[in-house]
Design a protein around this ligand. Structure first.
Ligand code: PGA
Length: 257
């Protein structure tokens, strides 16, 4: 992190969490109120069934709420889908879009991700747009070009400043315990910032670019204190308030500690 953007640590609960997990959300709110995240912004993205209950817990706290996906349309005959407007109505201010699990499992193309991100802009949400290469693409030396294509296809043409966050999540690092080298992360994040600047002139410098994929308390400082890394998108470790806050807690320290 070199350019002064406020770091963001977002927890992606994926398809995990019943009402009993509300205690984890409450613990996160308490820890953040006690200064446990330093200057970082904290967002929790529970499953849709828990959005409104989590919103009640987060209300009046500094913890934000995000959805994990949205439909491109505002309303209509789309059984099972949820619109960006509905997420906003439920209390969300963020939505994760284009996660690799949706790109792979729900055949989401860059075009679909862009339509969803455009819907997020329309509804007044911030979009966390996920990009990342497969192991085969990295091994073939194609990581940058693949991510470049994903960015070009997924970022809406018109995005108010500050409302797009990019999460670099190498597919092979998600849930595996594997992570890229610091050098590879630095190279990719610098590349993403340049590319974003091409698509949204002037916004690249201030845009937050998160790293995601096997972020844990033990590797958080090593992964997140890298130039151009402005926070984390955390999956597995976000299900435990203690682990999640141990990750966010690196922002209570200065980079040199
Ligand atoms: P992980 O997931 O932290 O469990 O690797 C990250 C993500 O998929 O957002």
């Amino acid at each position: 992190m070199t350019h002064g953007a406020r770091p963001l640590v977002a927890g992606n609960w994926k398809m995990n969490g019943l009402r009993e997990s509300l205690t984890e959300a409450a613990a996160i709110c308490e820890a953040v109120a006690a200064g446990g995240a330093g200057k970082a912004e904290i967002v929790v993205c529970p499953p849709a069934t828990m959005l409104m209950a989590t919103a009640r817990i987060c209300e009046g706290t500094k913890v934000g709420l995000g959805g994990q996906d949205c439909h491109a349309e505002a309303s209509g005959a789309f059984t099972g889908d949820i619109s960006a407007e509905m997420l906003k109505d439920a209390g969300a201010t963020y939505v994760i879009l284009g996660h690799s699990e949706r790109r792979a499992g729900h055949h989401e193309t860059d075009k679909i991700v862009r339509a969803k991100a455009t819907a997020a802009m329309r509804a007044g949400l911030a979009a966390i747009i996920c990009v990342g290469e497969t192991r085969a693409a990295r091994d073939a030396g194609d990581a940058l070009s693949i991510v470049g294509v994903q960015l070009a296809g997924s970022i809406p043409e018109i995005s108010p400043p500050g409302r797009i966050v990019v999460a670099y999540e190498p597919v092979w690092a998600i849930g595996t315990g594997l992570t890229p080298t610091r050098q590879d992360i630095a190279e990719m994040h610098g590349f993403i910032r340049d590319r974003v600047n091409q698509h949204l002139p002037g916004q690249g410098a201030s845009m937050r670019i998160l790293y995601g994929g096997s972020v844990r308390p033990a590797n958080a400082a090593e992964l997140l204190w890298i130039d151009d890394v402005d926070g984390a998108l955390v999956g597995g470790a976000s299900l435990s308030s203690a682990e999640f806050m141990a990750i966010a807690g690196i922002y209570t320290k200065s980079r040199k500690d």
